[in-house]
Design a binder for this molecule. Structure first.
Ligand code: 5GP
Ligand code: MN
Length: 341
């Protein structure tokens, strides 16, 4: 991609000139999506703007503590107001996604809006549905990219505590609290700067990772004990959870977060999949170790995408048929996707 500094004049002019700036994250927002949105929100407020925020759907409970999260308008809860927000904006900044489908129900309004549109993202293969696409897949999180952008855009210190907290949240959630290999020395230098602002890192880690219900822990037990299948010949493990399973354990939004990573801790498993039954389809999460490209697997077979080692998709059928289809395409394509190393 172009050097970030090449965008700085254009971005800073757009931020200055625009009256109504709308920040939008992707559907089913994760910590990086909300963190990116809030980092920009707090920055723009600090330079005297009045930004608004929109999410296509609900925010998971484990992110609701974030400063400003209560100000994010939820499209599916308040469609009329959200449509008005989109219509009156003159600049729309979309963060942490690069495909228009991830706008959910807000897609039509955003795509037909006359506002200038910017994408800031770190996923591979962006679809260019914006005037400016700032895309850097080498970043571990979109908030890392936003930090680097603000370094070149801001003309005075921008790292307030709320901005730092939001950037930190994106970095720790997208790196699995520094477990995945996606972070670099540069990321850690940024984290050092973030900690200098006095953010309470232990409290943030607790709020994100040590704040689950007893029932969520027991659901994890069910998932590992009774719902996990290992396919040793394909170095693959998959877990499925039905709506009945979720209901039996008083499931709340976000409870299955992280389940898909667990089978990767098994020796020999390089590809892990989680199937979760939704109302009209099965939502699927993919994770891998090494070079197995789950983003390609997700886009080829499950209308999805994402990163090399963390992706998602969906399949419009029941659980049994979805798993049968998965096993079939896995068996016939495993060799093509598996590049040891
Ligand atoms: P998760 O498994 O945590 O829901 O998603 C992991 C990553 O996969 C996300 O950060 C996102 O990049 C990508 N992802 C998840 N679901 C979808 C989807 O339905 N479509 C696309 N294009 N990407 C997805
Ligand atoms: Mn991200």
């Amino acid at each position: 991609m172009a050097e970030l500094s090449e965008y700085s004049k254009e971005l800073s002019d757009l931020f200055t000139e625009s009256e109504n700036i709308l920040l939008i994250c992707h559907i089913n927002p994760d910590g990086d999506a909300i963190g990116s949105q809030l980092a920009l929100y707090h920055y723009l407020k600090a330079i005297g703007k009045k930004p608004e925020m929109l999410s296509p759907n609900n925010i998971q409970d484990f992110l609701k503590w974030m400063s400003g999260a209560d100000l994010i308008n939820i499209f599916i809860k308040n469609r009329k107001y959200c449509r008005e927000l989109i219509a009156k904006s003159d600049l729309i900044v979309m963060v942490d996604f690069n495909q228009p489908e991830r706008l959910g129900e807000a897609r039509k309004n955003v795509l037909s809006s006359s506002a200038r549109r910017i994408i800031i993202d770190h996923h591979l293969n962006p679809v260019p549905f914006a005037d400016i696409v700032i895309s850097d897949p080498s970043k571990c999180s979109t908030t890392e990219l936003i930090y680097d952008l603000l370094v070149s855009v801001a003309d005075k210190p921008f790292l307030t505590k709320p901005v730092a907290e939001a950037i930190y949240t994106g970095i720790i959630t997208d790196t699995g609290n520094f477990e995945y290999g996606s972070y670099t020395g540069h990321t850690l230098n940024i984290v050092a700067e973030l900690l200098e602002t006095g953010i309470e890192k232990d409290k943030i880690i607790s709020l994100i990772y040590k704040n689950f219900s007893e029932q969520r822990m027991r659901l994890m037990g069910l998932a590992l004990n009774e719902r996990m299948t290992i396919l040793p010949n394909y170095n693959t493990a998959y877990i499925y959870l039905t709506k009945n399973d979720l209901n039996a354990y008083d499931h709340i939004n976000g409870d299955t977060e992280g389940f898909v990573n667990m089978p990767l801790a098994i020796k020999g498993v390089i590809f892990s999949v989680l199937f979760v039954e939704k109302d009209k389809f099965i939502k699927i999460s993919f994770r891998s170790k090494g070079n197995f490209p789950v983003n390609k697997f997700a886009s080829e077979f499950f209308s999805g995408g994402g990163h090399l080692n963390a992706s998602g998709g969906e399949y419009a059928d029941n659980m049994e048929n979805t798993i049968n289809y998965f096993v079939k395409v896995l068996k016939s394509n495993f060799k093509r996707f598996n590049f040891p190393g």
